[in-house]
Each structure stands twice: as C-alpha cells, then as structure tokens.
Design a protein around this ligand. Structure first.
Ligand code: NAD
Length: 447
C-alpha cells in the first residue's frame, strides 16, 4: 500500500508547503538490505564503568565501528548508545544524558539512540529503582523528540544479565540496524544469558525450519521472505482458498506450501507431520494468521465474535499444545505470535479482536516457561498501523489520521514486522522470553 502524503511532503513545492503549514513531515525510512553496513557513520558510546567499556569494545573491536567515548560537536553521529546499567541514583543520569543531548543536535537522518539499563524491582533500594525506572520515561520521551526517521529504543537487563549476554548483543544490533526501522520508543527486557550468537549476522537462521501461518499475503508473506533471506527453510501455511498466492510465496522462498485452515482440530499435528516429513525438523513457528470482524460490542453477534477468537487465539493455543507434547520441538525452539497494539490499548469496534490479541500476550507469557528447559522462547510482536490489505479496508480519512498517530508519522510496512519476528526467532534472542515487542513507530496508545 502506498502513502501518497509521505511522498508529497518529501518532494518539491509540497515539501515547502507542509513545512510552512506545520503539517506532519514523515521521513522516508531506510530499510535493511543484505550486505548493508551496520551503521554509516561514527557511534558515540556514553556512560561510565565496566559495562560502558565492554559495549564500546564490542562495537569497535567486534563490529568494526568507529566509536567515540566523548561527543565531538562537529561530528554527525549515526548512533548514540547510552549505557546506564550502573546508575544507583537519579542524579547519575545527568552526565551521560546531557552528553547525549549535545550529540542529538547533529544526529544523522535515520539515526539510532539506544539505552542500556537495568530492571527496576521492588527489591531495589528506592534510589536505585528510581534511577532505573527513570530511564524508561527518559527513553520514551527522547524517542518522541527525534526527527528525520531516527529512532530511540532501550534494552533492559534483568539482575545477573551481563551486557555481553547473547540477547543483549542481539538486541543492540537489531536496534542499531535498519532492520528496526519502524520500532521506536520500545524497551525490551532480557531475562537471561540464554541464546547463542550466530556465526553470520546475515544468515542467523541457517539450518532452521520455520512454519509461518497466513503466509499467502501481507505481513505473513513478508515474514516468509525475511526468514528465508536470513537462512531458514520455510513452510508457508494458509487457507486452501489462498491457492496460487501461497504456492507463489512457497516457491519464491524455496520452501514448501501447506494448505491448512489453522482452526482445524488437527492443525498442530498436520504442521508437525508436514515439517518433519518434508524438512526433517521444526524449529520456529510464527502464528501470523489473523482476521478482524469489527463491530461495536453493543451490536456484536456470535458470527462476528467467534471466528476472531477461533483464528487469532484458540488455534494458536491448540497448535502450541501439539508442538509442546510432540517431543519434536525441543532444540532451542521459537514461537513468535502476532499480537496487536489493539490488544494493549484497546480500539473502538474491536472488542473481539482485542480480546484475542490480549489473549496472545497472556499466552506467550505463560508458554515461555514451558519452553525454557529446551532453550526455547515464546514472544509476541504487536504491530501498530501497518500498510496491508487489512488496513486498506479502513475508511480513507480514518486511515490518514491513523497513519500519523506515531512518532514516525507514517504507517509501517509488512517487512518491519517481519524483521522483528526474525530477530525474536533468531538463536541470539534466547534470553527474551514471554515479552511483547511493539512495531508501531511509537504509536501513542497504551503502555
Ligand atoms: P491479511 O488479512 O493481509 O493476511 C492474513 C492472512 O492470514 C491471509 O493470507 C489469510 O488467508 C490468512 N488466514 C486467515 N485465516 C486463516 C486460517 N483460519 N487459517 C490459515 N490462514 C488464515 O492480514 P495482515 O495485515 O497481513 O495481518 C497479519 C497478522 O498481523 C494478523 O494476525 C493481524 O491481526 C496482525 N496485525 C496486523 C496489523 C496491520 O496493521 N495490518 C496490525 C496489528 C496486527
């Protein structure tokens, strides 16, 4: 789907006019292409202590980036990383944050700001908890101030998780890269040192077999493309009625197609049977198939309520049950489910959809511990407004407004959701468990 307004405000006369009128000026976002350098420009790493040194070392030595430890006013930074894991009181934030402020004035277009901090818990001394929780508010506000397609995201480390844990390293790379183009204002918690770093950051899913439901079009199609690009063998699942589209996707990604209604009683068994028979294993399941049947609750009917719950949540639960009891889903498996910002903040006319998507969030939280013994994870991705057939059905004016209601002032593309799914499905993300990562351009709804 194209966003005509975004094109207009980035060219010629209409660009000037939009500026004069103070209209939203969304910037075109740079997206990932294999072979692209991680960052095109210097990176500023701020913060004191061993963690900040370790992060600077990772970026300069392992990733070969040009790293500065002090802001140089005339430099245009591609990224600013603020390491705040060792703060013990709110006043500790002043020095690194104000140092970052200077560098933000000349942040490159599409720049990245990433904070690293620790989870604030009730066991912390009050001043420690205040400093740690303060980072959340700081990051979310900072992300709202960035322009030019730049984003701000945070990694939050649970107790005993080091800055060198695979998921911290993986999340840092994801947030710095163009793979996270539409992820903004998010704080991702890493709970453990589980996970393994890939031998190739370009093909982290090499040797893995991934099942993607609803893969014939939209976000699911893009997930199939992206997982295959990252090295996975893909089983593309969709309704029998999706027919040719499904075959086209499966052929393009050199995977296989499975025509299946995910609400079938034996859907889980059929997925397992297909993956094992055709590819010999099953490592990743992406529950993407989803539907909407919008109606105000006052006018809701079973015909509109039941199918939404059946496809969006009951099918996922049933398929997971089959996977978990099979014994064949046990080598660092990954479940990634599509939730929605509607399931977090609610949306008028979507009680059925929001119940199902809120359900997904509860489900991954409770499923993750069941997979931990195998080094497995379950997480959810919550898209905001993404340009697909689903959102093309929204009335034109509402659609225009919905697109602008986030810090990046535009809708995301299916690939933005797909990149996030690929990150959570990767071996490096083993320490991210039962979480929800929003892909919404920092849509101003919910928590
Ligand atoms: P879409 O309608 O474009 O595609 C959904 C696909 O799922 C279709 O190919 C459809 O045939 C398939 N599907 C539906 N029911 C099925 C079933 N019973 N069995 C097998 N396949 C089935 O939707 P989309 O916009 O690409 O959304 C994909 C996912 O992302 C959904 O879970 C949706 O709720 C979620 N999401 C989308 C947005 C958005 O803005 N587009 C926002 C939040 C969440």
């Amino acid at each position: 789907m194209s966003d005509t307004y975004l094109n207009l405000v980035n060219s010629g006369f209409t660009k000037k006019l939009a500026k004069q009128l103070g209209l939203p000026q969304p910037a075109p976002l740079r997206r990932y292409r294999p072979g692209q350098p991680l960052l095109e420009g210097p990176t500023l790493v701020l913060g004191r202590g061993a963690d900040a040194e370790a992060v600077a070392g990772l970026l300069s030595t392992t990733w070969d980036l040009e790293v500065h430890r002090h802001a140089t006013p005339e430099l245009r930074y591609a990224a600013v990383v603020v390491v705040l894991t060792e703060v013990t009181q709110p006043t500790d934030l002043s020095e690194p944050v104000l140092a970052a402020a200077g560098a933000l004035k000349s942040l490159a277009r599409g720049g990245r700001v990433v904070t690293l901090s620790r989870t604030a818990t009730a066991d912390d001394a009050p001043a420690v908890a205040a400093a740690r929780q303060g980072v959340d508010g700081l990051l979310r506000s900072l992300a709202k101030e960035l322009r030019g397609g730049s984003t701000g995201n945070g990694i939050v480390l649970d107790a005993a998780v080091g800055v060198d844990a695979p998921s911290v390293v993986g999340a840092l790379r994801f947030f710095l890269s163009t793979r996270s183009a539409f992820v903004d204002g998010q704080l991702l918690t890493v709970s453990s040192a589980a996970g393994t770093l890939p031998t190739s950051w370009e093909r982290p899913l090499e040797g893995r077999v991934a099942v993607v439901t609803g893969a014939a079009r939209g976000i699911g199609e893009s997930i199939a493309d992206t997982l295959a690009r990252d090295g996975a063998t893909v089983v593309a699942v969709d309704m029998p009625s999706a027919g040719e589209h499904l075959t086209t996707v499966a052929n393009r990604v050199r995977g296989t197609a499975l025509q299946l209604d995910v609400t079938a009683e034996d859907a889980g068994e059929r997925i397992l049977e297909h993956a094992l028979a055709r590819h010999g294993r099953i490592d990743i399941v992406v529950h993407n198939a989803g539907i909407t049947r919008d109606k105000l609750l006052a006018n809701m009917t079973p015909e509109k309520w039941d199918p939404v719950l059946a496809v969006n949540i009951a099918a996922q639960l049933r398929i997971n049950e089959a996977l978990l009891t099979s014994g064949d889903f046990a080598d660092e498996p990954r479940i990634v489910s599509l939730a929605s910002t509607s399931g977090i903040a609610g949306n008028r006319g979507q009680t059925n959809y929001a119940a199902s998507k809120g359900g997904v969030i509860g489900m991954v939280r409770a499923t993750a511990p069941l997979l931990e013994a195998f080094g497995g994870t379950a997480n959810a991705v919550a898209p905001g407004f993404i340009e697909t057939d689903m959102t093309a059905r929204i009335p034109a004016v509402t659609r225009q407004v919905a697109r602008r209601l986030n810090s990046l002032q535009q809708g995301g593309q299916p690939v933005d959701v797909a990149e996030t799914v690929a990150f959570l499905a990767s071996p490096a993300a083993g320490g991210v468990v039962g979480r929800v990562l929003r892909v919404c351009g920092q849509n101003m709804v919910g928590q």
